[in-house]
Design a protein around this ligand. Structure first.
Ligand code: SF4
Length: 344
């Protein structure tokens, strides 16, 4: 049994007033014919100004639903959202109406979606789509909007931006379309951007380029960023903090450095091992066994217990609580002390 070796630096709450986003106890339930689908089960999330927080987990773990709930983009006819606190730059957004939220979206908070082809209007040039954003949020002439749009395309590294301004989405490559989405998201200099799997549809080389653009834009503009991904390798150079989600709950939260140096939760260890083994020379890929449980029928106790090599009887019976360590990192596991997980 390995010994605990967790840094216990004292954390101060100096940054309390610097939060761009603060969410407490967010729950999202989809009533279905078969019963209730509890997609998000009481998560807390906060993002400091200018920082990048990654939400990582397998497909279906609730990370995209979390982002849509944060943007208030879930259809109230389909999803029941409950939250104790949701503040954007100190402003309570829980009670804002849809027209009020529309004013915030784009200007204060914006989103980059995974599938640029679906996110972009296929029958409008990318330039005109950018123009619309500028003209919606600023009282400017068509000529001024066009100039800003071309500059926005240039800022995200699109070559010959005057030419691309006139292109339709299908005339651009996947990487280029994703850059257009990044340009649109940053167009009004929002305080917070939520990027949901922004590079999943791209091949690895283009993925790295697009992430670099996103990272550069975020740092240059001092924007807060929530980066949602199933791929831990995507966040290692970008995120300041990582939240690992499993079956609608956050199971570990730590600074990127601490998380990669010493993952405490067995699921996090599995995710990191997958990344490490994928990039080794043998190309061996070690997967976490089995897959996510049926969201309509989650197991009793710790949701991860059917896949966990350290599961005990207590794990099969009782849901572990989220424990906060003295250095601020958090973990939801009965046995993290006994089974502190090292990346081999
Ligand atoms: Fe594994 Fe038990 Fe920890 Fe869940 S609580 S992750 S089953 S050791």
């Amino acid at each position: 049994m390995k010994q605990e070796n967790v840094s216990l630096k004292t954390r101060t709450d100096d940054f309390e007033h610097q939060k761009m986003l603060e969410i407490k106890n967010l729950k999202v339930v989809f009533p279905m014919e078969m019963g209730l689908l509890r997609a998000v089960e009481g998560i807390d999330l906060s993002v400091d100004k200018g920082k990048c927080v990654a939400i990582v987990g397998e497909s279906g773990c609730g990370k995209s639903v979390t982002s849509l709930a944060t943007m208030k983009l879930l259809n109230p006819a389909q999803a029941v959202v409950q939250v104790d606190k949701m503040e954007l730059d100190g402003m309570d957004i829980t009670q804002l109406s849809e027209p009020e939220m529309q004013k915030l979206r784009g200007r204060k908070v914006s989103m980059i979606f995974q599938d640029a082809l679906s996110a972009l209007n296929p029958v409008m040039t990318v330039g005109k789509q950018l123009d619309e954003i500028f003209r919606k949020h600023f009282k400017i002439s068509k000529k001024e909007a066009k100039a800003r749009s071309i500059e926005a395309l240039r800022m995200v590294g699109i070559p010959e931006p005057q030419m691309r301004y006139k292109a339709y989405p299908h005339e651009l490559s996947g990487g280029m379309r994703q850059r257009v989405l990044i340009a649109m998201a940053f167009a009004c200099h929002p305080d917070l951007i939520i990027a949901d799997e922004p590079t999943t549809a791209l091949d690895v080389t283009i993925q790295a380029q697009v992430l670099q653009v996103l990272s550069d834009m975020q740092r240059k503009n001092g924007t807060s960023l929530i980066l949602i991904t199933h791929d831990l390798s995507v966040v290692v150079h970008m995120a300041d903090e990582i939240c690992v989600m499993y079956c609608g709950k956050i199971v570990e939260k730590a600074s990127t450095r601490d998380l990669f140096k010493q993952p405490l939760h067995p699921y996090t260890k599995g995710l990191i091992n997958s990344v490490a083994k994928m990039s080794d020379e043998k190309g061996e890929f070690v997967q976490i066994p089995d897959s996510l449980p049926n969201p309509m029928n989650k197991p009793q106790g710790c949701y991860f217990h059917p896949r966990c090599p350290y599961a005990t009887e207590q794990c099969r019976q009782e849901m572990p609580y989220m424990e906060t360590l003295e250095n601020g990192r958090q973990v939801r596991c009965w046995n993290w002390r006994e089974e502190v997980c090292y990346v081999e």
